[in-house]
Design a protein around this ligand. Structure first.
Ligand SMILES: *[C@@H]1O[C@H](CO)[C@@H](O)[C@H](O)[C@H]1NC(C)=O
Ligand SMILES: *[C@@H]1O[C@H](CO)[C@@H](O)[C@H](O)[C@H]1NC(C)=O
Ligand SMILES: [Zn+2]
Length: 435
């Protein structure tokens, strides 16, 4: 009988992934994150690492492989003849440095010190309610459904002159729980829209007078809460595994679960419930995806979707459809690429760090993804523009981005959005004009 208890325990040790003791926090003390140079030959490096258990952080591996190593694996990797930089000398310490105690936000909504630290789920709800109260006649709190654990997927609907009813701009933040930088970026953009409008800023007013904004800062609330309470590196939702799957593996990757082209490419997602990119048993079988999709279809059947952005980190990319097939180019790819290029240039020129964003169709630029939101919101939601934006950085800190980088990351994205929102209706996309 003892064996049946021991076996899963030993197996989880062997996988090298820390298992949370019940009601306890996963510790990354002594864990190291290394960025290994692959010199264009990632498979050679993977072979060298074949005897080692690690979690891979990035999938754009042509130049680098970012890997998380448990303390007992570190020496073995360091003994290999590899070129690498250390992203986190001790991930446990980096996580301790970024986290703040719970505060339940009580300051003025315009107080930018909100962007000097990360916040837990309750504080984010409070912040969004405060944003709504500061724009009472031009906004309403909305829900984009309910999570597996019963949390409301809250958001804000904002509008300008003439009341609601214009084409939609839809933003999704934090679908991947550990990508903490995404929700403050989406909140900062919301704050700029609200305060700009309230202050009579002509450009901001023109955005809200033309489009209705639907802004959902945390579309995966269960995963996000879990990344605060238990495992900082949690990515998926918190749905239990299917009956025939490994019962210790929770979560579906909401961004591999959307209906459109869900099953179109075996390389685009995983069928293994233990994988970080587990697609689910059927399209849209995550409650979060169902709720989010319902709003997408409502907006489509209303005034239509002008722009959709799914905010992620990390890597600094602006990616348009299609994700599910590298060689498939949509007829709108020209205008999407042109717009992404302008956003990229605007961000670079606006930031002291001269942050550089790579842009292009998702599958060809990065790797294939099936069941991802931007393909669905374009193909089913008929969005005119549909992007994934992967925020900072390019592999210095990865998911655990220090809090002092929240503000510059948010500020440059607001610059990028101003450029993008200004050009959505531009004539030059028709291809007319001087040769
Ligand atoms: C189930 O998943 C755990 C956690 O990833 C793993 O350690 C274990 O080996 C898996 N069990 C089986 C039977 O595959
Ligand atoms: C909202 O509208 C009401 C009624 O028209 C008006 O009295 C109030 O001043 C407005 N509030 C703001 C903040 O603009
Ligand atoms: Zn992501």
């Amino acid at each position: 009988m003892k064996v049946s208890f021991l076996a899963p325990f030993l197996a989880s040790l062997a996988a090298g992934v820390p298992t949370p003791p019940k009601n306890d926090v996963v510790s990354y003390d002594g864990y190291k994150v290394l960025r290994i140079n692959t010199h264009g030959h990632p498979s050679t490096i993977r072979e060298e690492l074949s005897g080692i258990t690690y979690e891979q952080w990035n999938r754009d591996v042509y130049k680098h492989l970012d890997i998380l190593l448990s303390p007992d694996q570190v020496a073995t990797v360091e003994a290999l003849d590899l070129e690498y930089q250390v992203m986190h000398e001790n991930l446990g310490e980096s996580i301790a440095a970024e986290s703040t105690s719970r505060s339940v936000w009580k300051r003025e909504v315009g107080d930018l010190s909100w962007y000097d630290s990360y916040h837990d789920y309750q504080d984010h709800i409070q912040y969004f309610e405060d944003l709504q109260k500061s724009f009472p006649n031009n906004s309403e709190l909305i829900s984009s459904g309910t999570s597996y654990e019963g949390r409301n997927i809250y958001g804000l609907h904002l509008w300008g002159a003439g009341g609601p009813g214009k084409p939609a701009v839809l933003y999704h933040g934090n679908v991947h729980a550990r990508e903490w930088i995404t929700s403050p970026v989406v909140e900062y953009i919301t704050l700029q829209l609200v305060t700009g409008y309230n202050n009579g800023d002509a450009q901001t007013r023109s955005f809200l007078d033309k489009y209705d904004f639907y802004i959902v800062p945390i579309v995966n609330p269960d995963g996000f809460a879990y990344s605060h309470t238990t495992d900082r590196l949690w990515r998926k939702n918190r749905q239990p595994p299917p009956k025939n799957g490994n019962q210790s593996c929770f979560g579906r990757d909401i961004n591999r679960n959307w209906e459109f082209a869900w099953d179109a490419n075996p390389l685009g997602a995983s069928t293994n419930p233990c994988s970080q990119s587990y697609k689910g048993e059927a399209p849209s079988d995550a409650p979060e995806t169902q709720g989010l999709d319902k709003l997408v279809r409502q907006l489509r059947d209303g005034a239509g979707i002008k722009l959709y952005i799914d905010w992620h980190s990390y890597g600094q990319y602006i990616l348009s459809p299609f994700g599910y097939k590298e060689t498939l180019y949509a007829p709108e790819l020209g205008k999407w690429t042109k717009a992404a290029g302008i956003v990229s240039e605007t961000i670079r020129d606006s930031s002291d760090a001269r942050t550089t964003f790579t842009f292009g169709p998702s599958g060809a630029t990065l790797y294939p993804t099936t069941g991802a939101a931007p393909d669905h919101v374009y193909s089913i939601g008929r969005a005119e523009f549909s992007y994934t934006i992967e925020l900072r950085d390019t592999g210095k800190f990865g998911f655990v981005l220090p809090p002092e980088l929240i503000r510059p990351t948010a500020e440059e994205q607001w610059e990028g959005q101003k450029a993008l929102l200004s050009l959505l209706d531009e004539e030059f996309f028709d291809g007319e004009g001087p040769a």
